[in-house]
Design a protein around this ligand. Structure first.
Ligand code: EPZ
Length: 430
């Protein structure tokens, strides 16, 4: 397995291109299942999860043509044309769902267009139990019959899905996306109340509208969808990745650097920008993207609590904990979305951070210096926090289990090295 080795202490200066959002691209790819005409997606990031989704869709018979990288030296990402007219299976097997939970996003589109779907139940994962009960309950409200057998969700809608009033008891990003896609082809009107408003949900809604869907309330917590007979061909560019943007903003801040996040958009990351400014980071919206600068020694403690959008994102909690670890004074980070998302804490403590967890909150007291160590993490954002810690640690940090990073950060070591970080990937066997 590959490792990443970082020798910390360098100030980051330069430009980091921001790719398309993984968490927008995955549902967008699943949306191709809603039509027998092609969906052309551009600005797709080159990541392991995107390959897994492509694998899942092509296993079902979807033909996927890669139209190469868009112009602009690859900064605008990859282009895929997905054509589901050749679909020959409505099963998402355990082998693929186990690798990537977002595979559940094929359930709504398959059921809406084909009246049946068999999707392996995703198990728990490192950050929590992560059930899909809200997806299933909402589909039942729309007339789906659901049985759980042999670890699979067997869903049918022999007479097609019916519109209905779906009220999510908890805000769920994937649940909202699944039901939104299903509702586009259901009979009559579906109202989705307490819907997730994450930019990735909004991006999906815009793409569905381009495919001919009728959706009102985009960007709000109530989505109204009038079902249509069929959706048609469309083109769509994936929204920039706000979490990639936030992660590199932290890298620039903690190293006392000056980095332009090319293609970054402040409107996607307001809650994080507010907290970073409170912590002493200078962030400016420029024509080409976001500029993040920080004077060494200027960082101070802050409080943040994760919440659904537009609140502070759970996917930035681990990275901001590194910023808190090297800031002056104390910070408190509270996690409300996932029950087990402090797995990075023991590793950061091994690197010299002063962090105490009390229930859902972590109290972080800033230290003068972190020190390099051998570390590993169990999920994507925890891994990225260890890279960030390595950038400011004394000596060498070796990050194992790099495959987590490869699921969500494209060319991470190159982007950081181009700004002056001393970072390299060592290829491993197996
Ligand atoms: C999405 O996961 C993201 N993944 C996650 O990104 C992100 O952390 C999360 O939203 C929250 O913002 C993708 O978009 C592919 P949820 P999702 O349904 O949709 C509970 C990353 O690092 N819940 O909004 O699975 C659930 O357990 C990641 O890129 C139920 O109880 O998240 C959690 O506590 C990891 N029942 C909360 O709701 C359900 O049926 C929010 O989960 C569904 C969810």
């Amino acid at each position: 397995m590959d490792k990443i080795i970082i020798r910390g202490g360098n100030r980051l200066v330069g430009t980091i291109p921001i790719g398309g959002a993984k968490n927008a691209a995955l549902p967008l790819m699943a949306a191709a299942l809603l039509s027998d005409e092609p969906l052309r997606l551009s600005n797709l990031p080159h990541l392991a999860d995107i390959s897994t989704m492509a694998h899942l869709l092509s296993d079902m018979g979807v033909s996927i043509a890669m139209d190469g990288d868009a112009p602009d030296g690859g900064h605008m990402g990859r282009v895929f044309a997905l054509d589901a007219s050749t679909l020959n299976s409505t099963t998402a097997p355990y082998e693929l769902v186990r690798r990537m939970r977002a595979s559940i996003l094929v359930l709504g589109p398959l059921l809406a267009r084909h009246g049946h779907a068999r999707v392996s139940l995703p198990g728990g994962c490192a950050i929590g139990t992560r059930p899909v009960d809200l997806h299933l309950k909402a589909l039942q409200t729309m007339g789906a019959e659901i049985e759980l057998t042999e670890g699979y969700i067997d869903a049918t809608a022999p007479n097609g899905l019916q519109g209905g009033h779906v009220l999510f008891s908890n805000i769920t990003v994937g649940g909202t996306e699944n039901i939104l896609m299903a509702a586009t082809l259901a009979k009559g009107e579906t109202v989705i109340a307490n819907a997730a408003r994450e930019p990735e949900v909004t991006d999906l809604a815009h793409c569905l509208v381009a495919m001919g869907a009728k959706i009102e309330g985009i960007g709000t917590d109530t989505l109204k969808v009038q079902g249509v007979e069929k959706l048609h061909a469309a083109e769509h560019a994936v929204v920039p990745d706000r979490i990639e943007m936030g992660s590199y903003a932290v890298a620039a801040a903690i190293t006392g650097g000056n980095v332009l996040l090319q293609g970054g958009r402040a409107d996607l990351l307001e809650s994080v920008i507010d907290v970073m400014r409170e912590a002493g980071v200078d962030i400016q919206d420029e024509k080409e993207g976001l500029r993040v600068q920080c004077t060494p020694g200027n960082l101070k403690g802050f409080d943040a609590m994760t919440e659904p959008y537009p609140g502070f994102p759970t996917d930035m909690q681990a990275q901001m904990m590194v910023l808190a670890s090297v800031a002056g004074g104390a910070s408190m980070l509270t996690e409300t979305i996932f029950e087990n998302r402090f797995m990075h804490v023991p590793e950061l403590v091994r690197m010299g951070a002063d962090i105490n967890v009390h229930g859902r909150s972590a109290i972080v007291r800033g230290v003068e210096k972190l020190s390099g160590a051998q570390v590993m993490a169990t999920d994507l954002r925890a891994s990225s926090s260890l890279v960030l810690a390595g950038l400011v640690a004394d000596g060498e940090t070796v990050i194992n289990r790099v495959y987590h990073l490869d699921r969500g950060y494209e060319r991470l070591e190159k982007k950081l090295a181009d700004c002056g970080a001393e970072i390299e990937r060592v290829r491993g066997e197996g």
